[in-house]
Ligand binder design. Structure first.
Ligand code: 13P
Length: 254
């Protein structure tokens, strides 16, 4: 696939896999993708498996990511981990503002914004998630919701910092439901996000930032979604829990 931007496919394992299972899955993925240079491949296991997965993928082209972090460097924040702690475990990416964090754990754009800034300062690439609910889509509010989330989550970032970010468009109604946005629905929102980036910074930033699609992406629909001009990869949930399907999605991005 001839893309302007290097595709990036990340597996968000969510709260799945024990350490032993995580090692197995990472080994299965490594078997096929250790030398993959055409696509940035990122594995995001739960905190408890970061170290073990890091050891499996060391020396390969596969990168490690976390699913969340706190914005402070250290302190009395029971249950939280900092960007520095993630760097110490060789994380290069961190997923921020996933819709599950927003809806179950009360994360607002302001919180996501603080985390995004802290991640960049610590040299972690944030994967900043945005997406509308079914109600919002049916009420014709998709663009307004996406615009508020993108501007709020990326507020105050310089052009140089914006290009350090990856954005993931994940329509909430497509997550874990088996319902995928059509490639045209996804493309329209991705293009809209690029327009916001151009307005926030400039055309070069808009052209550079990679925007992933997430929401029931699987081998059967990956190629069509990834063939759209503004879709630069995927953030995969369910289909990332099995080596075969994750590898097939990565191959569709090549
Ligand atoms: P599913 O691929 O299971 O729909 O999950 C998508 C997602 O939330 C990735 O972050």
């Amino acid at each position: 696939m001839d893309k302007v931007r290097k595709p990036i496919v990340a597996g968000n394992w969510k709260m799945n896999k024990t350490v032993a299972e995580a090692i197995d899955l990472a080994n299965g993925i490594k078997r096929d993708l250790a030398g993959c240079k055409e696509v940035d491949v990122v594995l995001c296991p739960p905190f408890t498996s970061l170290k073990a997965v890091s050891e499996v993928i060391t020396g390969t082209h596969i990168d490690l990511g976390a699913q969340n972090m706190h914005w402070e460097k250290a302190g009395a924040f029971t249950g939280e981990v900092s960007a520095e702690m993630l760097r110490e475990l060789y994380c290069h990416y961190v997923i921020l503002g996933h819709s599950e964090r927003r809806s179950y754990f009360g994360e607002t754009d302001e919180i996501v914004n603080k985390k995004t800034k802290a991640a960049i300062t610590a040299n972690l690439t944030p994967i900043v998630c945005v997406g509308e609910t079914l109600d919002e889509r049916e009420g014709g509010r998709t663009e307004a919701v996406i615009e508020e989330q993108v501007r709020g989550s990326l507020k105050g970032l310089s052009a140089r910092e914006l290009v350090e970010c990856v954005i993931a468009y994940e329509p909430v109604w497509a997550i874990g439901t088996g319902k995928t946005a059509t490639s045209q629905q996804a493309q329209d929102v991705h293009k809209f996000i690029r327009g916001i980036l151009e307005d926030m910074a400039d055309e070069s930033v808009a052209r550079t930032v990679r925007i992933q699609y997430g929401g029931s992406m699987k081998p059967a629909n990956a190629e069509e979604l990834l063939s759209m001009p503004d879709i630069d990869g995927g953030l995969i949930g369910g289909a990332a829990l099995e080596a075969r399907s994750f590898v097939d999605i990565v191959k569709a991005a090549m």
